[in-house]
Write a new protein. Structure first.
Ligand code: IVH
Length: 687
């Protein structure tokens, strides 16, 4: 390296260090030392240097927060220590019972225990793995055992340190855990933007945070307002601290944002008081919380208490009651579902509840309206719990003025004008006593059915959303779901947001999906009560559509997991001539039911696996054969071009090497799932 180069390298290093330091001062410690303009100037100087001299680039540079090239799929990696969840308490008595269990568990002889009480952030958990002080990998919680690798996305979150301070005494490897969340203001701005550009809105800040973090293109994540609070650790070798609060404070001093509303080392009586304070502050907080997490502070006591199957005995989540609000019902309208059932929906005066604006709530059915005596014009109390659709808990009858109007179900379907019946379709199905439109050709039903049968779990045709389904029906292009298979470019082009190119793309997408597994075919038919699971059970048991159509009620009822109601619906469905005709039309349109997806043999084409350790229940040569059958290759050595390392029992140094090179490490279960997925009628590609 010549003198100029080394001076430039030194300048880049200095800029990075300074930028990292100011990041911590700004985000974690809330003590900025320089102006935003000064920060931007340094940032631009560094960016400029890195662009002109690519050899100076560094994956942990603050400039990398703008996102990297998109991924084809997320890799997965096991957590060193499972990310467990928490038990819940819903009232003071349950919290006191927890405290008693803790004291009994450690045999304190009635002595009090010291707790840390933290707001329970409503976001998603992530694990950050640091190696030699640099962020090396970030994982979502996944199923708690294996997480998805979201490193590039996490890098874009300004509040998460990419490197830890020079002078910090950080172990060689360190795992930090916390919650990625979106502020209410960030969420609202994001949704405003999406509304303006015609994109679907996120239901709440948690969904928005999860959706943003799970983007394959980290440049999209970079544009989303994500934040982070630290709340714990995974592996920390040779930890020499005594308490949870010391850990949090030390991590905070290294640059991890720590929620200032955490109360450290308090007695149970203060925990109760702090809960009330937090509940009071909750509506005004800049982010959503759904409770308070109470943790035994002493690490020694935590260890003594130990774990249950899926949660620690030393912590509990004390949930807040759902948020409620009152508003007026402006009108009650009726929606027609896929099977013709009419569902009344309340049109509400928009109101803010649980962090979102609500303007509609489902009323479920006529009985519900009668039971609660809900009328148009009523002042009602609504509740939103988690991401559940808001529900009406009750009517403020004292507020009635006399101008409220009772609701009656229309005698004619609001979509097609056909008559509405209330007869039960099958004897044992109480739900069937709903009001339904009797017209099998009802456009509203057809619109819903088109969306159902083209969904990912059914025919998996991308690009047919609500708007397009509406147009296909309104223009008479689709009169039965079987018509979807014969759509032509000249019919599609000219529809809203549909040029020649996208029309051709859609037609190709449709043609590519004509070979379906029996499970997908059955699910797509939209038989009442036949969801994905039941469709799979039926496909496994009968193997062909003819066998199922010929099966008797008793045969179907005898299958484990399928009860009388489901069996009755299935038999009734296949008895109807119009449904038999539909199945014929689907085959006429070229649909084929296949046992194996066409592309299976190619699915792992060119992919290289390395196995380390012992795989349960399968020999090495068998594993080799299965990989090769799917078009992949099994290699003995881990190199940069290895795609996956499968870590079995007692893995060897290959695991270390894979981690070092950043190769995706998967557990045997994931590996088997990968191979199995090739046979489930998926698109044949490994996700
Ligand atoms: S501690 C063993 N602390 O709640 C301790 N979790 O059901 C495990 N969460 O998946 C978690 N705020 O995503 C902890 N201050 C906090 C939290 C918190 C939110 C979430 C977290 C976890 C879930 C537990």
């Amino acid at each position: 390296m010549n003198a100029i180069d080394s001076a430039l390298a030194e300048r880049a290093r200095k800029l990075r260090n300074e930028l990292h330091r100011h990041n911590v001062l700004y985000h974690a410690l809330d003590r900025p030392e320089i102006s935003d303009a000064e920060y931007d100037r340094m940032f631009r100087e560094l960016l400029d240097l890195e662009m002109r001299y690519p050899e100076l680039a560094d994956p942990n540079s603050p400039t990398r927060r703008i996102g990297a090239a998109p991924l084809a799929e997320f890799g997965t990696s096991p957590h060193s220590i499972p990310m467990v969840s928490l038990d819940n308490a819903f009232d003071e008595a349950e919290l006191m019972a927890f405290d008693r269990r803790v004291r009994d568990g450690i045999g304190s002889g009635g002595e009090s225990v010291v707790y840390t009480a933290e707001p329970k952030m409503d976001g998603l958990a992530v694990e950050l793995v640091y190696r030699r002080k640099a962020l090396a990998m970030a994982l979502t919680r996944g199923d708690g055992i294996v997480g998805e690798i979201v490193t590039e996305n996490v890098r874009t979150i300004g509040e998460i340190p990419l490197v830890l301070p020079d002078d910090a005494d950080v172990p060689e490897m360190l795992e930090v855990r916390g919650e990625v969340y979106m502020s209410r203001a960030g969420f609202e701005a994001l949704n405003r933007n999406r509304q303006e550009s015609g994109q679907p809105l996120f239901a709440n800040p948690r969904n928005a945070a999860a959706g943003s973090l799970r983007q394959l293109d980290s440049r999209i994540t970079a544009g989303r307002p994500l934040s982070f609070f630290v709340y714990g650790i995974g592996v920390w070798p040779d930890l020499r601290l005594d308490s949870h609060s010391e850990i949090l404070n030390l991590l905070h001093s290294w640059g991890f944002p720590l929620n200032p509303l955490i109360r450290h080392r308090i007695a149970i009586a203060e925990v109760l008081m702090w809960y009330r304070t937090l509940a009071q502050k909750r509506p005004e907080l800049p982010y959503e919380i759904d409770g308070m997490v109470v943790k035994v502070d002493s690490l020694r006591l935590q260890e003594r208490l130990g774990m249950k199957a899926r949660s620690p005995k030393w912590a509990i989540a004390w949930k807040f009651p759902a948020e409620t609000a009152t508003t007026h019902i402006r009108n009650i309208t009726v929606q027609v579902g896929r099977t013709g059932v009419l569902t009344p929906v309340a049109d509400l005066e928009p109101v803010h509840v649980g962090g979102v604006t609500v303007s509609r709530a489902t009323l479920h059915n006529m009985e519900e309206i009668e039971r609660k005596d809900i009328r148009i014009g009523d002042l009602v109390e609504i509740e939103r719990a988690g991401d559940v659709i808001p529900k009406i808990i009750g009517v403020r009858k004292a507020a009635r003025t006399g101008s409220e109007q009772a609701f009656t179900m229309p005698a004619a379907c609001p979509a097609c004008g056909s008559s509405v019946s209330r007869s039960a379709l099958s004897s044992s199905d109480r739900e069937e006593a709903a009001f339904r439109c009797i017209n099998a050709q009802c456009p509203a039903q057809l619109k819903e059915h088109i969306q159902h049968c083209t969904a990912k779990a059914a025919w998996d045709i991308e690009g047919i959303g609500e708007k397009l389904a509406d147009q296909l029906v309104e223009r008479g292009l689709v009169r039965s779901i079987s018509d979807v298979w014969s759509l032509r470019v000249d019919q599609l082009k000219g529809l809203e947001r549909m040029g020649e190119k996208s029309a051709a793309k859609l037609v190709d997408a449709i043609a590519a999906k004509k070979r379906l597994s029996l499970k997908r075919f059955l699910y797509g038919l939209g038989i009442r009560h036949v969801g994905e699971t039941v469709a799979e059970i039926l496909a496994d048991r009968f193997g062909s559509i003819d066998a199922l159509m010929g099966a008797s009620m008793d045969e179907i009822r005898a299958i484990p997991g399928i009860g009388d109601i489901i069996a009755e619906n299935i038999v009734a469905f296949f008895q109807k001539p119009e449904n038999r005709r539909l199945i014929e039309r689907l085959f006429d349109a070229g649909v084929q039911i296949v046992a194996q997806p066409a592309a299976a043999a190619e699915a792992l084409a060119g992919k290289t696996f390395v196995i380390t350790g012992v795989l349960p229940g399968i020999s090495r040569s068998e594993a080799k054969k299965r990989i090769e059958d799917a078009g992949g290759r099994l290699s003995e050595t881990v190199t940069r071009s290895t795609d996956w390392v499968v870590a079995g029992e007692k893995p060897g140094s290959k695991l270390e090497k894979a981690r070092h090179l950043g190769i995706d490490v998967i557990r045997p279960e994931e590996f088997f799932r990968m191979l199995d997925r090739l046979n489930d009628g998926g698109d044949g590609k490994v996700k």
